[in-house]
Every structure is written in structure tokens, then in C-alpha cells.
Ligand binder design. Structure first.
Ligand SMILES: [Fe+2]
Ligand SMILES: [Fe+2]
Length: 474
């Protein structure tokens, strides 16, 4: 039976609940205009992803390293979604690697090269992110919500995370600004001029001819892959407590092993520091590479924060633990990108057998620490994903998986531990911080210290983290 008018039957929501009849009839944007804008959104996310990772390693503030990891992951995911959407719109060749506007290129190059954390944060969170939010909101508003629903959907999810980034960024900018002088007003005006010359991030604004004089990007950007840490990491060369030697010592009880595992997790700050350098220095891969590697980088940042939360849960101040950066420093300064990836893969595939992630999870369970068991459960699941990422993007470069593993092992052996050298140069005394931290833990938990635990004093002088003996020349 036909209805007398075009109203939906029984008062059901029309048009799948997407929109109204009036909205669905608006002229909206042509496919060509929609694609043109999507390419600009894509370019912005891509450049933001690049900036977060290129600035992560040398950024000293721990909290910012973590936020950059998350925001790079968000950007990588939205780049992937936008690329897919552009590919659906009659577009080959896609031209997704082209710069849509030279002024936009200057805009992002300036932020990438911002000389201070304060300016970097302001450039990202006060200029780029709000401009991208405005561009996506305008696109959503102007496009036909029925004809272009797949784009609207992609932008809806992108906006969710962009707004979260903006909210974080506003707080971060305020926090960092308290610490230092007011940023360069002229430079902020230059960023505004770049956007104006590009007719807005989406290219829909009115044309203004602006002569842009590059400031921080006048010279080519020099990438800094040397890790830096803030004041809460006073002894970054300290290799005085061999966490693995303690955890795999069957004579030690499980409860303090949980404390040591929280240290191991927190120490994973060095994985994003190292992975950011691989991603930044590896050019020309398919986007799937950058997306997967960035996801893994973010997982490692999560693992570090699980460690941080673990210390809070035990009532132990984590800054009393000497969280070193020797691994990211050694890999970033001594190995090629392929070798760095090889070491990462070698370590991660070694975590899969019985002695690795399962053992850590079982140790947490044996200690009846529900939080540690939960974290180790997810840490283990993440590692399985990372082994897959390694197979797809690292092992695939070799004749056989065996060769890939051996190559990674050799690369790791090439990075001299420098244990004695750092001590002799006065960079560290490799102080054994374990007894102090263990006693803090006992006090916080109202436990009597165990003499055998307290006496633990194995360093990394002769043993690598996988418990292999180091060559004595190190
Ligand atoms: Fe991890
Ligand atoms: Fe991992």
C-alpha cells in the first residue's frame, strides 16, 4: 500500500536518521570539491603526525612525549581513513603525496622547526589543530549529508579526537607558558599569514597575497634523534639495577618482582624515543607502515604509563627509580634505521616464548597484584600485535625469519653497552637504587623487608637485558 505523501510510515525516522529532507536537498559540494578539501585535511594530519614524531625524542618533558605518542597515533589513523576515502572517489592517480599549497607547507615547516617547546606547543595546539577543526566543521556543514555521508563519517571520528587534542593542548600550552617567557608574537603572526595565504587550511577563504618570510624554517630542518629527559631523570646513564636478572631469579619472591616489572614498564619511555627516530628517518613507505609503526609506538608509551600508574598504586615515588635512556641513545646514535628495527624485532620476538610476557603475567598473578596482572595481560596482547607488525615491515625485508632475527641480534651486539665508559667519564656511578626503592615500597605497604630482596645488586655491567653475556670489551 502506498502512502498518501512522502512522510515515512508510522512516523519512523526518515533517511536512516542521518538528516532532514531539507538538508538532504542542499547543493552541497561536488565530488571534485570534496576531494580537494579531503586532500588538504589529509595533508594537515600527515604533517602533524610528522611533527609529533620528529619532536618526541629530543623533547625532555616526559608527559609531552606521552601526549605526542598518542596524538601521532590519532593522526596516523585519520590519515589512513582519509586516504581510503579519497581512493573511493574516482580519483586515481590519488596525488596524496603532493603538497596542496606552498603556504601550508611553510606553515607546517615553521611549526616543525619551532626552537622551543613553548612555541612548538602553541604552533600545534593553538594554530594547526584549531585550523584543522574549523576546516572539518566547515566541510561537514557544507557537504550534502546524504550524498557524501562516508566523508562525513570519517570527519566525525576525526573531530572527536581533534577536539580531545585541542583540549589537552590548551592545558599543555598554559602549563608550559608559566615556566618560560611569552612566545614570539611575530612568529604567531607569520603562522596566521601562512594560513591566510593558503586561503585557510581548506582553501575556501578569500584570496590574499601575503609575502611570507620564513623564520624558523629558513634553513633546512635538522632532525635531533638524541633522547632528552626532564629533571625527574637525574641519572639517565644508570645501568645499576638489572631488572631482568631479578625477575628471572627463582629464589626471589613474586611481590617485589611486581615493583621491578613496574620499573620495566616505565623504562619503556625509551621505545617511543627510539621508534620515533625509525619512523622519522624512514621515507617513502606505504602509509600502512607509518600507521602500524605509530600504533606500536603509542602502545609502548602506554606501557610506560602503566608503569607510572603501577608506582602510584604501590605508593612509591617513581622519580626515585633511575629510569635510564641508554637503549634509545645507543640505538639512535649508533645504528641505522633498519638495524634499530632489527633490534626491536629481535627483542620482541624473544618476549613471546614461555619465559617472556607469559612469565611476567604469571608473576603478577602469583603476587596477587590485580593491577599488575591486568597490565601484563594487555602488555602481552600488545606484544603479539607488535610481533605481527615486525613480521610485516621488518622480517619481510629478509630471505627468512631466521635471518631477520639473527641480523637483529647482531645489530644489538654492535651497540656497546658503554657501562664502564659512562662510569669512567663521570656520567653515572651506576648507583644501586634498588634497596632505597624497595624499602619505600615496604614502608608504603607495611611489610617487613626481605633480606634477600634487599641484597639484590646485579647490574647491567656484564649482562644484556635478555640475560646474554656481553663481550667484556664493552
Ligand atoms: Fe612494550
Ligand atoms: Fe612492544
Amino acid at each position: 500500500m502506498s502512502t498518501p505523501d512522502s512522510s515515512p510510515l508510522h512516523g519512523l525516522p526518515s533517511l536512516a536518521g542521518l538528516t532532514t529532507f531539507a538538508e538532504a536537498q542542499k547543493p552541497g559540494l561536488s565530488v571534485a570539491e570534496c576531494v580537494r578539501r579531503l586532500k588538504r585535511h589529509h595533508y594537515a594530519f600527515r604533517r602533524l603526525h610528522e611533527i609529533f614524531l620528529a619532536r618526541l625524542t629530543a623533547e625532555p618533558l616526559y608527559e609531552l612525549k606521552m601526549a605526542f605518542s598518542l596524538h601521532a597515533h590519532y593522526c596516523a589513523e585519520h590519515v589512513a581513513a582519509l586516504r581510503q576515502r579519497v581512493g573511493e572517489m574516482r580519483e586515481p592517480p590519488l596525488g596524496l603525496d603532493l603538497v596542496p599549497d606552498e603556504s601550508l607547507a611553510v606553515f607546517f615547516a615553521e611549526i616543525l622547526a619551532a626552537p622551543t617547546t613553548e612555541e612548538l606547543l602553541a604552533g600545534i595546539y593553538e594554530k594547526a589543530v584549531p585550523a584543522l577543526i574549523a576546516a572539518l566543521e566547515r566541510h561537514q556543514r557544507e557537504t550534502n549529508p546524504l550524498a557524501d555521508q562516508p566523508s562525513v563519517r570519517v570527519m566525525k571520528f576525526a573531530l572527536l579526537e581533534l577536539r580531545e587534542m585541542a583540549e589537552y593542548g590548551a592545558k599543555a600550552v598554559t602549563a608550559v607558558r608559566k615556566e618560560s617567557a611569552q612566545g614570539s608574537t611575530e612568529w604567531f603572526a607569520l603562522l596566521d599569514d601562512c594560513l591566510a595565504a593558503a586561503r585557510g587550511l581548506d582553501g575556501t577563504g578569500t584570496s590574499v597575497s601575503k609575502a611570507l618570510t620564513r623564520r624558523y624554517s629558513a634553513a633546512p630542518f635538522t632532525y635531533d634523534k638524541i633522547p632528552r629527559r626532564d629533571a625527574r631523570f637525574p641519572d639517565p646513564y644508570n645501568m645499576g639495577v638489572n631488572a631482568e636478572a631479578f625477575i628471572y631469579d627463582a629464589s626471589q619472591p613474586p611481590e617485589p618482582k611486581v615493583l621491578m616489572m613496574f620499573f620495566k614498564r616505565l623504562r619503556e619511555i625509551d621505545v617511543p624515543e627510539m621508534m620515533a627516530s625509525i619512523i622519522t628517518e624512514t621515507k617513502g613507505k606505504p602509509w600502512g607502515y607509518y600507521r602500524d609503526m605509530t600504533r606500536q609506538l603509542w602502545d609502548e608509551a602506554r606501557h610506560a604509563m602503566m608503569g607510572e600508574v603501577g608506582f602510584v598504586s604501590l605508593g612509591v615515588v617513581w622519580t626515585k627509580v633511575m629510569v635510564n635512556f641508554t637503549w634509545s641513545l645507543g640505538l639512535n646514535s649508533q645504528l641505522t634505521t633498519k638495524e634499530r628495527h632489527g633490534v626491536l624485532y629481535f627483542i620482541e620476538q624473544g618476549l613471546m616464548p614461555k619465559s617472556g610476557k607469559r612469565f611476567e603475567w604469571e608473576t603478577a598473578q602469583a603476587a596477587h597484584n590485580a593491577l599488575s596482572a591486568l597490565f601484563q595481560d594487555y602488555d602481552w596482547a600488545d606484544e603479539v600485535l607488535h610481533a605481527r607488525v615486525g613480521r610485516d615491515w621488518y622480517v619481510s625485508q629478509f630471505e627468512s625469519p631466521k635471518e631477520a632475527v639473527e641480523w637483529g641480534d647482531r645489530a644489538w651486539s654492535k651497540v656497546l653497552s658503554g657501562w664502564r665508559q659512562w662510569r669512567d667519564e663521570g656520567l653515572t656511578t651506576h648507583r644501586n637504587w634498588w634497596p632505597d626503592v624497595y624499602l619505600d615500597y615496604c614502608r608504603a605497604q607495611n611489610l617487613a623487608p626481605d633480606e634477600n630482596v634487599l641484597a639484590f645488586a646485579t647490574t647491567y655491567e656484564t649482562q644484556r637485558a635478555d640475560l646474554q653475556t656481553l663481550a667484556s670489551s664493552a
